[in-house]
Design a protein around this ligand. Sequence first.
Ligand SMILES: Cc1cc2nc3c(=O)[nH]c(=O)nc-3n(C[C@H](O)[C@H](O)[C@H](O)COP(=O)(O)O)c2cc1C
Length: 369
Amino acid sequence: MPLSHNAFQLAVFGLNVSHGCTISTAEHGLEVNWAESVRLAQTADRMGLEALIPVCRWKGFGGASEFNHRTFETYTWAAGLAQATERIHLFATSAVPSIHPVLAAKQGVTIDHISHGRFGLNVVAGWNSHEVEMFGKTQLPHAERYALADEWMKLIEQLWTTPGEFDFNGKYFQAPRCYAEPKPRQRPRPPIMSAGVSLAGRRFAAKHADMNFILAPNLDAARETVSDVKRIAREEFAREVEVWGNAAIFCRPSHAEAIDYYHHVIEVHGDLVAAGNLLDTFTRESGSQSPDPELRAQYLRNMMAGYSGFPVIGTPDEVTTFLADMAACGLAGATLSWPDYGEGLTTLEAEILPRLERRKLRDRTRAAV
Ligand SMILES: Cc1cc2nc3c(=O)[nH]c(=O)nc-3n(C[C@H](O)[C@H](O)[C@H](O)COP(=O)(O)O)c2cc1C
């Protein structure tokens, strides 16, 4: 169930968290206030982009930028923006341990009705124990997080599709005489995205999601992930799933200016303390090895540029070519972030969308499905 008929779909990522996805003290980072959210959401809506995908964040990462310390809660944020927009899909990004599935299902349905069928759910298993503990819970081992997420999602799907009462008896959730009306406007249910790249994350996406949102170190790795996720979906679950990538755009009229811009935002003003806090938390939580110093420096740069999405640095032609290369890898779409969202959207509309149209990757006249 694609969000539109465009060959390459585009979403704005991280509009609800301070500094968005750019870990830097450079000027024009997102502030996170309601006027800003409405203005940027309406711009993306008018441009015909497919979706707004927020980040689920409860606590920031410190440093001089206080990266992500101001955040809007994603369901209520989507509900408010549903009233302010007309066509764009509004996702809530939901960390499984932070909300009971009965409440998540009900909030999702409510937004689906407010928006006349434009709600989407982005499920994340959750990784940050500082946040999990804020809910009075203990971080589960990685595999168990996905076992919990599997039950969480099954219950939501049943609430969205099962008429009348039903009993749900799981390991993590026991919900006798469950009931939910109304059902979603979108049938059989709103689109589901899931963000995760581990084998457990891929299987979860293959089983439950319409779109798997991934990170990859390079386009070759992305191509491999796309074919692996699609294979698992077909072979194990007889399903089709899209795979979406993530790109952090640094676009300027000339290549040299784009390099200078990246240098200014990341090399000069990048917040290594906040990025280090994020990377250390992630390394600890995922049980992965601390990377060697050179690899760590590269991880930190990519994290600062856009939450480890592909850093795309160049002219409008070069950015367009990179997005086309993403499409050629089999990615169905990209979530985008910029150091300055207002300026980024302006350049996207004026310079990049027309080029994507000329390459037949998008068509402004194609309405959302
Ligand atoms: C593209 C992407 C976006 C994510 N966004 C969030 C988020 O907004 N909030 C969050 O708590 N976790 C987020 N996560 C992390 C997930 O919670 C997940 O636990 C983590 O990626 C580990 O899953 P994996 O081992 O399957 O990759 C994201 C992960 C990916 C890959």
